[in-house]
Design a protein around this ligand. Structure first.
Ligand SMILES: NC(=O)c1ccc[n+]([C@@H]2O[C@H](COP(=O)([O-])OP(=O)(O)OC[C@H]3O[C@@H](n4cnc5c(N)ncnc54)[C@H](O)[C@@H]3O)[C@@H](O)[C@H]2O)c1
Length: 425
């Protein structure tokens, strides 16, 4: 059905709607937990009369989250949380097949990116969904007049949670935000298995490189970095980890990876992935010693981990888009450095982002947390909060069930034992 609604939007190409719908339905097949939640929302209408602004990657999985919220009665406006991650066909389908307002075009410039965030806020939201904190930041800087109407919101990623906890410390955050990223069912799976697989996928789609036998450098051994390192190792790469945290570095070493500073690793790597959430992880001193043909990519949230400006200013020449999302920089000494997806989130810029079945958990967390916020926000107060453990466990239980697995339950004696302290050896 093409609803041809008059919902407001700014998208690239409405003609892509039918193609987008097919892909959204494909993702839906792999999101059984969210589908169950959508069915319940449809009956119970928890978001009736509620306006939601969402700043998230405009992908097929996000589309299914939007459908679940709309089924629950919400009025929605979606904008992109990264200029390169928008799937134009998904955006078209959301507008023309599902009647949901979208402001997102792939490869939009900085002004366009912020004008989309502002447009999505124009609905005067009660709830906000953010992925990286740009929407919440806009609310607290240039759209302060909307703050009074906001009940609360959810944050999807590590970088956003870091920014929100900083705002909370400074007393700057004016409404409750919930760190959906910090649920086990999000970061243990989405960050690790999702980023791990889709980052490798992006490197393949853009360069078609063989990973086996290559030296693969991963900067940051957090949840995402572990996932990337595991996949690369599993495909036969010699993986080097760089870290700034001694415990994480020790963990990497004991898992069999080589650990060294980037100044050293930069001499050996064939393929690099930065995934630290920090800035300038690959910079001049590293570019100067890299091998000819080194491939650089970033899977961290913002495009600050690789000093792209230095490459732009100092390369002798640039062979732009020589392959899918691949720019080649030729150094003064003739060495070539390949940069994927302009240094932006490579798995969303050069591939399709995480597989739907892992986003099933993250977005079920989001949907249930939004419902919880409506009931609990008044008691929470301004600042960053955690998702209730019951939501986390419920999503894990439903996912396990959807995958055909069952687990043991505690016997009464076991339950008593775990809840007592009297028993010794
Ligand atoms: N690509 C994606 O789809 C995706 C998905 C989830 C999260 N993210 C983003 O990826 C980034 C990492 O997320 P995470 O959940 O793994 O975070 P994390 O906090 O678990 O891990 C980050 C690691 O980087 C290390 N680090 C910080 N600065 C460093 C430096 N200069 N050199 C080497 N290591 C350094 C930290 O010690 C930490 O171990 C964040 O920006 C997050 O928002 C991306």
């Amino acid at each position: 059905m093409n609803v041809q609604t008059a919902v407001k939007h700014d998208i690239a190409n409405p003609a892509l709607a039918a193609e987008g719908k097919k892909k959204i339905e494909w993702a839906e097949r792999n999101m059984p937990v969210l589908a169950q939640i959508r069915e319940r929302f449809e009956k119970e209408q928890p978001f009736k009369g509620i306006r939601i602004s969402a700043c998230m990657h405009v992908t097929t999985e996000t589309a299914n989250l939007m459908r679940a919220l709309k089924a629950g009665g919400a009025e929605l406006a979606l904008c992109a949380s990264n200029p390169l991650s928008t799937q134009d066909d998904t955006a078209a389908a959301l507008v023309h097949e599902y009647g949901i307002s979208v402001y997102a075009r792939n490869a939009v410039d900085r002004d366009g990116y912020y004008s989309h965030i502002n447009a999505s806020l124009d609905i005067k939201p009660h709830l906000v969904f953010d992925d990286g904190c740009d929407l919440v930041n806009t609310l607290h800087t240039t759209r302060k007049e909307l703050i009074d109407g906001i009940i609360g919101g959810c944050e999807e990623t590590t970088t956003g949670v870091i920014r929100l906890s900083q705002m909370t410390k400074d007393g700057a955050l004016k409404f409750p935000m919930i760190a959906v990223n910090d649920t086990d069912t999000k970061h243990m799976f989405d960050n690790r298995f999702g980023t791990g697989q889709s980052t490798l996928d992006a490197i393949f789609r853009s360069t078609n490189s063989l990973v086996a036998g290559k030296t693969f450098v991963v900067a940051g051994f957090g949840y995402c970095g572990k996932g990337v390192a595991e996949r690369a190792k599993g495909m036969g790469a010699d993986v080097i980890i760089t870290e700034i945290d001694p415990t994480k570095a020790l963990d990497a070493l004991m898992q069999g990876y080589r650990v060294m500073p980037m100044t050293e690793a930069a001499k050996y790597g064939d393929i690099y992935v930065t995934v630290t959430g920090n800035r300038d992880v690959l910079r001049e001193e590293h570019f100067k010693v890299m091998k000819d043909g080194a491939i650089l990519s970033n899977a961290g949230h913002f495009d600050i981990e690789i000093d792209v400006a230095w490459l732009e200013q100092n390369a002798k020449s640039k062979n732009a888009k020589m392959r899918h999302q691949t720019d080649e920089y030729v150094m003064a000494d003739g060495r070539r450095i390949l940069l994927l997806a302009e240094g932006r989130l490579v798995n969303l810029g050069a591939a399709e982002g995480h597989p739907a079945s892992v986003m099933d958990m993250s977005f079920s967390d989001q949907a249930l947390t939004a419902e919880y916020l409506l009931k609990a926000a008044a008691g929470l107060g301004a600042g960053l909060h955690n998702v209730p453990i019951e939501i986390d466990k419920e999503v894990a239980r439903l996912k396990l069930e959807s995958m055909g697995s069952t687990i043991d339950t505690l016997t009464p004696a076991q339950e008593l034992y775990l809840n007592s302290w009297e028993h010794g050896s």
